[in-house]
Design a protein around this ligand. Sequence first.
Ligand code: FAD
Length: 357
Amino acid sequence: MQHGEPAPVKVQSARPGEAYETDVIIVGAGPVGLFAVFELGLLDLKAHVVDVLDRPGGQCAELYPEKPIYDIPALPIVTGQGLTDALLKQIAPFEPTFHLGQMAEALERRGDGKFTLRTELGTSITAPVLVIAAGGGSFVPRKPKIEGIEAFEGNCVHYAVRQMERFRGRDIVIAGGGDSALDWVLNLQPIAKSTTLIHRRDDFRAAPHSVAQMRKLVAEGKVRLEIADLKGLIGAGGALSAVECHSKERGGYKIPCEELLAFYGLTMKLGPIANFGLNLHENLIPVDTEKFESSEPGIFAIGDINTYAGKLKLILCGFHEGALMAQAAFRIARPGERLVFLYTTSSTDLQKKLGVA
Ligand code: FAD
């Protein structure tokens, strides 16, 4: 965090598996999706934001949280996480509803013209406007190259933690050396029956204070650290009984466990949006530059996911696209209502919405 950056903002995710109705659905909680909440909020449009990651910030929070960005207007220097926290603070007055840790999977246009978006956790959200702010696509986990791993996935092999309680009283093995692996060692160790961390070398990419905390738990005998390669899984019927490892010193050996959590990083793929029925050009969504609307009326695409003549994949361009999209979204969500152009500096109405007047 750079000096003067806002404190981290904790975001609550709505209950999965429920049906929701709102003005605008936003797919993608990257910087562009977050700023769209602000522009929509100024026009009294409520937004629900869906992201497959379990925290907002998109590429900024996931790929370069501690790197400084130098080309955000009026912020000479801000880190990826600092920008995310500032955006979350800026949109807080509009109380967006987040649906995190779930892939936006299927889209249906209803008879009344509204869209219903369904997620992999059974959440459904209905709205007259859909905004795709999916960036470079959804982040998907890199999987360990282990034969037969699919048979355990969704059961005893995990690439994300959806519910911590799932691991209470269990013998868990966590594989990886980055922030996710270390964060989950620290978070799950107090509730798991036993916690083992496997990493191929005794050198961790995670934040130094997390590494120090992990080493303290190892010294106290609360976490077992194995410097080894993960080679195989042993179990039957989708239930895990041990993982197979290999190290130079010990050769092949087994670690008994019931759950494996592998955090080998993420890659980006367009994913289910390819099946939303939109025109695509090289996995991007072509849009006009007046409203940033796609080939399907009512579906907008902003940020890195869209393409048009002169497009630059910059955060500031995505912010501009969000502002123009919001004007068009208003006309769809509030047909017949007058849209008045107002400045935040001089409109008490806008200032009331922002909670400052
Ligand atoms: P993203 O940040 O990609 O967020 C999209 C979100 O959508 C992701 O969280 C993803 O999980 C989610 N998503 C996608 N599909 C689905 C789905 N089906 N269901 C649920 N969720 C989904 N830009 C600058 O302007 N200045 C810089 O200095 C700069 N430096 C950079 C440095 C690096 C190392 C990188 C990698 C990028 C940099 N960028 C920079 C680019 C900038 O990060 C992107 O332009 C910006 O993140 C795009 O924002 P976005 O909101 O459009 O998409």
